[in-house]
Ligand binder design. Structure first.
Ligand code: TYM
Length: 343
């Protein structure tokens, strides 16, 4: 039986949301609501794999939920909730810890980046993180996962876990009369001109919540003046923009800004260069700043309004968690039976 198309994605409430999160993920979540059943999660259990001040974690959980809604996610249509309210994530995460291999986890580049030289002293949760991520997705038998480029390896691992579970338990799955492909092989959805938004100061570095230089990051809640200043000061070369995408080769900073413009205007790099090819950054940067402000300011305003009403956000997250739990419970009833748990 083919799986019905279902989208799952998540964002960690571990730092202030930035343009990379918006263009690589949140903005792309919105149109999927027209074509798919969608589940969008604030993954608070992932966030605590590195230390979070409890008060900050709560505030940021509300902020991510507010960003989802302000950007256009509709809580009556999509399921919006925070992960820790649905205990089955932890339950399936544990089972996947017993399916995934240590060697698989050791190859995760994000773990290596985050742990650095400190591998002995990071949390065990940080190491096991991708197995919880696989649980997030497969708990709902999600078929499509929209994410930025940096999550690709984690999604490949999710497929490996699904495949190994389906294989290791194949006899039992068959005996129970369940579909042999019990967990789907989820497709990553990594598309568009801004799947990897780079730092505004260094075109070789990803824009990231953990960057220490504020000038390299546009936050979703930056005001108009701040956005304009950051774009104006963004590192570029001295050449005018090319008319063709091929002309962006070897020009990481220019390519990044063109990609950002394209994503903010729902167009492509080709289209942007058709308009701005031959022009210098003196013309392009103010146009980019104006566009970024026009897109982000209304969202930031709505985020502020929503965050000011935590009771309403609580209601939305509780309602989403309840709907998520119903789906998760169905999967877990089968999984518990497959694994051989009694009761
Ligand atoms: P996180 O919280 O680091 O990032 C959230 C989303 O933003 C994307 N992103 C970017 N996209 C383009 N350019 C950038 N510079 C940039 N920085 C971040 C990320 O790719 C992601 O889509 N492990 C995930 C959270 C997660 C998850 C899941 C995602 C947990 N469970 C299940 C999908 C499905 C993470 O740390 O994302």
């Amino acid at each position: 039986m083919p799986f019905s198309p279902r989208v799952f994605s998540g964002i960690q409430p571990s730092g202030d949301l930035h343009l990379g999160n918006y263009l690589g993920a949140i903005r792309r979540f919105v149109p999927l609501q027209q074509t798919h059943d969608c589940i969008y999660c604030v993954v608070d259990m992932h966030a605590i794999t590195v230390w979070q001040e409890p008060e900050d974690l709560r505030r940021r959980t509300y902020e991510v939920a507010a960003a989802y809604i302000a950007a256009g996610l509709d809580p009556s249509r999509s399921i919006i909730f925070n992960q820790s309210q649905v205990l089955q994530h932890a339950e399936l995460g544990w089972i996947f810890n017993c399916v995934a291999r240590v060697g698989w986890m050791s190859r995760m580049t994000q773990f290596k980046d985050k742990a650095g030289k400190n591998t002995e002293n990071v949390s065990l949760g940080l190491f096991a993180y991708p197995s919880l991520m696989a649980a997030d997705i497969l708990l709902y038998k999600a078929t499509h996962v929209p994410v930025g480029e940096d999550q690709k390896q984690h999604l490949e691992l999710t497929r490996d876990i699904a495949q190994k579970f389906n294989h290791d338990y194949r006899k039992r799955i068959r005996a129970l009369g369940l579909d042999e492909t019990f967990f789907p092989l989820t497709e990553p959805v990594i598309a568009g001109p801004a799947t990897r938004v780079m730092s505004l100061r260094d075109g070789a570095k990803k824009m990231s919540k953990s960057d220490t230089s504020d000038m390299s990051i546009i936050y979703m809640t930056d005001d108009a003046d701040t956005i304009a200043k950051k774009v104006r000061k963004a590192t570029t070369d001295a050449e005018p923009l090319p008319s063709e995408v091929a002309g962006l080769a070897g020009r990481a900073e220019a390519s990044n800004l063109v990609g950002i413009y394209a994503a903010l205007s729902d167009s492509s790099k080709e289209q942007v260069l058709r308009e701005f090819g031959g022009q210098g950054f003196g013309t392009f940067k103010p146009a980019l700043a104006e566009l970024a402000v026009a897109v982000l300011s209304p969202i930031a305003g709505e985020m502020r309004r929503l965050v000011g009403d935590p009771a309403e956000l609580d209601r939305i997250l509780r309602d989403g968690a309840e709907r998520a739990r119903a789906l998760a419970a169905t999967t877990m009833r089968e999984v518990r039976d497959i694994v051989g748990f009694v009761g």
